[in-house]
Each structure stands twice: as structure tokens, then as C-alpha cells.
Design a protein around this ligand. Sequence first.
Ligand code: ARG
Length: 290
Amino acid sequence: MTIIENRPVASPLSRPIERRSRPRTYAMCSPEHFDVTYAINPWMRPGVAVDACRADRQWQVLHETYRSLGHRVQVLDPLPGQPDMVFAANGALVVGGRAYGARFRHPERQAEAEAHAAWLRSMGVDVVRPEHTNEGEGDFLVLGAMILAGTGFRTDLQAHVEAARVLDRPVVSLHLVDPRFYHLDVALGVLDDGRGDSPADIVYAPDAFTPHSQRTLAELFPDALRCSLEDALDFGLNLVSDGRNVVLPSAAVRLASALEQRGYRPVPVDLSELLKGGGSVKCCTMEWHA
Ligand code: ARG
């Protein structure tokens, strides 16, 4: 990965920021019915052979990785006939015990929203049914001070306004321009949500955004780590961080070393089988934000 900008996190005289992890609660959905039977993003090739055992093994490793890092993982049952349901991030946006439900863009995935909502309700989460099209955490990334929201391919701009009202949090809209980065979580990764002692920290591919959104990001996060579009194509930005440990696709070796220099601990996992559906680490993981 070519890092366009990698400003030091501390002056040579001071010590680098000590990254601290915070225990998280994640939701995942098994890849039991994972397949590529339709194409709703440029990564999907219907008819490509999917190795179900391999997909399951890779998913189990991700699940075990979170548990070994001390996180809680809730697992929901997949629906037969919903081959993309393994990408649990899209099922809702859960913040402060309340969920803003999903409403999928494509008919192929629409049944997933109700399955997530019913499951979340059974877990005691208050689920608000959305009026506007939105794909949950695929297009909403939560920081302590704000929610970053993507639009352009899947989630409607009106859903940003709706989410802000439902969750009572400020939402910053970001416009995506490249179909390969059809969700915000493939163009931008949250490294530190800023809820602890350290400032919020993100990594993103500026070229995936309109010039206006690039300026918004530069203004809000002047010290963010940036990478080129080419380098984001290995799905490295589709990561899950607990503030210290950054679980990311193993192909993203250059990003991993840039993260290490920034004081994080990269934890590479191979999810290459799931990449056939156009998703990786973050797509498979919905966080329940406090
Ligand atoms: N095949 C799925 C789709 O196109 C992949 C979803 C990936 N999820 C994500 N959070 N980016 O909808």
C-alpha cells in the first residue's frame, strides 16, 4: 500500500501515542448460505465457485480472533436463500441500545432487514423501522463525537437525516464516487473512535470521495492516515479496530505496517473466500456501539 501521507503521531521528543483497546460487542452471521448468485457490486461474479468449507473456516477464524482479543460476539442465524447475510454489518446501526433498522437497496437482500430487526428485538434492542433506504453499518461508521455516513450507491442521503434524528447523534454525510467502493466501510476505516483518552483516528482513500467530501474529511481529521485508491482495492480499509488491535484482511500488508508505525497492532485475517461477495472483515461485523 502506498501511503500518501503518514504524519508522525508524536514529535521525536515525546513518546508515540499508547493505543488502548476497549472491549466491544460484535454481531456476526454464519456463512452457511453464502454464495454468489447475483451481482450487485463490481466484485461479484455470479457462477464463480464458492468453497463453502473454506468460507466457514475463514469466518470461524475471524470469530475466534475477536473472542481471543476479549470481545463479545453475538451470532444470529442466517436465512436460507439470503447468500449475502454473512455481511452482518449491513443489518442495522446499533447505538446506545437502540437500532436504526436497515432497508436494502436491492430486492435480493431486502429480506435480511426484517431478520436482523427481529433478532435485535429478541436481544432487547429497541429497533426503529426506517423510512429511507440504508444499509446499516456498511454506510454508517460510528465515532464518539459523530457518525460518518456514506451515500452515492446504496444509502440515501435522507437516511442520514433520519439516522441523526433516530439516534440523536450528529451525522456527517460523505459522497462516494467509485462503484468499487460502494459502501463507506470499504473506503474508510475507524481506527480509534475517540471515546477513550486518545483522539479519534481514521484511515481512508480520498479518491473514493467527491472533492467536497475530501475537504470535509481533511477538515475534520487533518492527521488521518490516507491511502491511494489502488491500495484500498485489497480491501484493507474494511477493518475492525478496538482502539489498539486492528483486524484487517491479510492482503493489506502495506497498510498493516503503516498502522504499526502509528502504534496499532495489526491482526491480519484471510477472508479471501468472502471477498467473492465483495466483502471482508468489517462487512462481516456489526458493532453494538455503547
Ligand atoms: N454482496 C454484498 C452487497 O453487495 C456485500 C456487502 C458488503 N458489506 C459491507 N458492509 N460493505 O451488498
